[in-house]
Design a protein around this ligand. Structure first.
Ligand SMILES: *Cc1c(COP(=O)(O)O)cnc(C)c1O
Length: 362
């Protein structure tokens, strides 16, 4: 096999090797069809079975109840920032937004165009290091929905609990931690995630939406932005990303084989605990960005004693096959993204390198 490196990129991220190999083995003739998956009709039985497998895989992995539809859309998680308010927030109405990082703020900007936004929590002043206390959130009586980001990818800030919004429809951007730990889907009106972190390749957005939300879609909504129409057409209002949906079906198969979400959660905890232990045990050489109770299991963000060391850290790491560690330009420092498919050996190599780098640069 060609040498594969440990890719700590925040997304698109590593995919399981076995998934890539399976896709390669089926590339030239998908299940005996004489065509690749990218060349067959999306209306063919063959593709319909792939779409069904992808949906079933997501349903099983997250125990999605029958009250919710599982949809595959395009436009990335970013289009959901607009689609959600365009479907559920109108002039004169309001929605609650909880801002724990850059992505939530981007979502708020789009919602502002449609109606009134109540920011009921913002961690911006402190540089987005925290999540609100579980019981400190108070929801507006008249809010059409509450939007939050379960894991803020750029800052490495993650909710350790699922907010209880009472009667308010709960909407979650779970792009960077979906399938990394069990969630209670019954609590949510809508969950969305760009696929390129934990689900598959970029170009597909997973949307899990409760049926009653479909009734709220305005009658005059544009078809391609209309959740009700997309659901009624089984995610095939137009040509879906057939390749992306296929890879998602393979990732779901892989996840099931290794024991599903509970099993991957254990591995994810081991990986992040090892990294945070290396940060905390470095005698102050490394400093974590997030407050302890808001630390992410998916994106581990930390700083070196001086920003000038960032470049040396990243290039020396890259020489050892540890790539993609540069923090987002808005936060600086280092970010190790360790999604579901990222192997624990890569974390062990990084921990070893961190020890050597701090000893050499203290
Ligand atoms: C990556 C990411 C996005 C943006 O995803 P796109 O698919 O590129 O639009 C949005 N929210 C979160 C939390 C993300 O991690």
């Amino acid at each position: 096999m060609t040498n594969r490196i440990f890719n700590f990129s925040a997304g698109p991220a590593m995919l399981p090797t076995s998934v890539l190999e399976k896709a390669r083995s089926e590339m030239m003739s998908f299940r005996g069809s004489g065509m690749s998956i990218m060349e067959i009709s999306h209306r063919s039985e063959l593709f319909e079975s792939v779409l069904e497998a992808a949906e079933k895989g997501v349903r099983n992995a997250l125990s999605v109840p029958l009250s919710h539809k599982v949809l595959f859309l395009q436009g990335g998680a970013s289009l959901q920032f607009s689609m959600i308010p365009m479907n559920f927030l109108s002039k004169g109405r309001s929605a609650d937004y909880v801002l724990t990082g850059t992505w939530g703020e981007k979502a708020r900007v789009e919602a502002d165009r449609c109606g009134r936004v109540n920011v009921i929590y913002s961690g911006e002043e402190d540089g987005y290091r925290a999540v609100p206390d579980e019981h400190a959130l108070s929801f507006s009586d008249d809010a059409e929905y509450m939007h939050f980001t379960s894991n803020e990818t750029i800052e490495g800030v993650q909710f350790s609990y699922e907010p209880d919004a009472g009667n308010t429809a709960l909407i979650c951007d779970a792009s960077s931690d979906i399938l990394s730990r069990p969630i209670d889907v019954t609590k949510y009106a809508l969950i969305y995630a760009g696929a390129q972190k934990n689900i598959g390749p970029s170009g597909v957005t997973l949307v899990i939406i409760r049926d009653d939300m479909l009734d709220r879609v305005p009658q005059d909504q544009h078809s391609m932005l209309n959740y009700r129409k997309i659901a009624a057409n089984g995610s095939m209002l137009n040509t879906p990303n057939t390749w992306g949906v296929y890879l998602i079906s393979l990732v779901m198969e892989w996840l099931e084989e290794i024991g599903g979400v509970p099993a991957i959660e254990k591995i994810n905890k081991q990986k992040s605990e090892r990294l945070y232990a290396a940060i905390d045990g470095s005698d102050g050489f490394y400093t974590g960005h997030a407050e302890r109770n808001a630390r992410s299991n998916m994106n581990v963000t930390f700083r070196l004693p001086a920003a000038e060391l960032d470049a040396a850290f990243c290039s020396e790491a890259a020489r050892r096959g540890l790539d993609g560690l540069r923090g987002h330009r808005s936060v600086g420092g280092i970010r190790a993204s360790i999604y579901n498919s990222f192997p624990i050996e890569g974390v062990e190599h990084l921990v070893e390198f961190m020890g050597e780098f701090s000893a050499a640069n203290r």
